[in-house]
Design a protein around this ligand. Structure first.
Ligand code: CO
Length: 408
């Protein structure tokens, strides 16, 4: 049966056949590997797992003198499936990562409420909880694509998005406990980092799907993801998902804080700035083949990538191998969840000629990811935030994969 399966697989293309060794060759290889040490006693059990010493995938760290207010990027081209390993989740800090003792940490809910409340971490963990898979994306993700010189690889261009399973208490439940007053229209969320970063959240979203999260991918949050407590605001720009959460104040107006006035606003061509642009629009990215890779010759390849929307589920991803002239639907990997990364796959046979691979997605609201030109026609080019234009990679005749410089 095994042999029959292999024959079927080889029939896919000569390029793959060349990469496989025959049955007898395989046995020789196996024998050589066994002599090489694996028969010796291996490492003992351990209390906390580490990845293989041979795995070197890492977040992209910027060269900066102020790494406490910088970002690192997720290696999207090296990641499989829809979940980002916690250790590779992108970071964005404004005043470094605080070391918070959960035994001393608390969350205060006050302002326009019937009953101001103070929760210890232990008290929060006793409350009814939810676990949801959601992406978090920095509003500045793929911002380099606004410019004439796009980033050379997937990590540099789009690495400010990651996806985890988050566990915590629904914020709506805490607001019911505190008794939000009718006149409360905003909630100001504040972190316990050195700059006490804060953002204002409209009360309607707060009464909806926001999670006050203490766990990520089955264990406690990582310190750089807000340990011991953070907001997860499904589909909304990363900055408002306040980390190291210590205070929620109900008010009748937004705080007009630094991060919602001088930062995270979008200056349009007219000179007018859009403010409180929370939702991350639908976006897709081909992660294989992607910039910096080299294809080893013509033949079969599986085009892979991710798509996501801050408005709900992804309903369709299409691939073009001819620079956008024709499009074909890619397969979406179940489960396709709202405001979560969705993995897509597309069988493709490369004929060896230079070509441009593009992806575009549609979400369940019917929103179609715009081209760069369509996006710029509406938003101009002043903003660093909320770029979600159709992205592509050029496959050169020799197999090198590079970025596509798109016309405006
Ligand atoms: Co925004």
């Amino acid at each position: 049966m095994k042999v029959a399966n292999r024959r079927k697989f080889l029939a896919l293309g000569p390029a793959l056949g060349g990469a496989l060794v025959g049955c007898s060759g395989e046995k020789k290889q196996q024998a050589a590997a066994e002599d090489d040490g694996p028969n010796r006693l291996g490492k003992p059990v351990s209390e906390y797992g580490e990845r293989s010493q041979f795995e070197k995938t890492h977040r992209l760290k910027p060269e900066t003198k102020t790494p406490e207010q910088a970002s690192t990027k997720t290696p999207l081209a090296e990641i499989h499936g829809m979940i980002t390993p916690s250790a590779l989740h992108f970071e964005r800090h404004h005043a470094g990562v605080p070391a918070l003792d959960p035994a001393k940490h608390s969350l205060m809910i006050h302002g326009m409420v019937e009953r101001p409340l103070l929760f210890s971490m232990a008290e929060l963990k006793r409350l009814p909880s939810v676990s949801k898979i959601h992406f978090i994306e920095c509003a500045g993700n793929s911002g380099s694509e606004w410019g004439a010189k796009p980033a050379p690889d997937a990590q540099t261009s789009h690495g400010l998005v990651s996806c985890s399973e988050w566990t915590g208490v629904p914020l709506a439940l805490l607001l019911e406990e505190a008794g939000a007053k009718k006149e409360a229209t905003w909630i100001i969320a504040e972190g316990a980092d050195a700059c006490k970063m804060n953002r204002s959240i409209p009360i309607a979203k707060a009464k909806g799907d926001i999670i006050v999260a203490y766990a990520q991918n089955g264990e406690a949050l990582r310190p750089e993801q807000g340990y011991p407590l953070r907001l997860v605001i499904p589909g909304w720009e990363g900055n408002i998902n306040v980390k190291w959460l210590r205070r929620l104040e109900l008010t009748d107006q937004p705080a007009m804080s630094r991060q919602e006035t001088s930062k995270y606003t979008d200056l349009e061509a007219s000179g007018k700035a859009r403010q409180f642009t929370f939702v991350m629009d639908a976006k897709s990215l081909i992660t294989f083949p992607s910039g910096g890779r080299k294809l080893e010759g013509p033949g079969f390849y599986e085009v892979r990538g991710i798509a996501w929307s801050g408005r709900g589920r992804i309903s369709k991803v299409e691939i073009s191998a001819d620079g956008g002239k024709t499009w074909q639907a890619a397969a979406l990997q179940d489960p396709v969840l709202p405001m979560a990364l969705t993995r897509f796959r597309f069988p493709w046979r490369w004929d060896g000629a230079e070509c441009t691979l593009l992806s575009r997605c549609t979400d369940e609201t019917g929103y179609l990811q715009p081209t760069r030109a369509e996006l710029i026609a509406v938003r101009g080019m002043n903003s660093n935030y909320h770029y979600n234009g159709v992205h592509g990679w050029k496959v050169e005749a020799g197999g090198n994969v590079t970025q596509v410089v798109q016309p405006v």
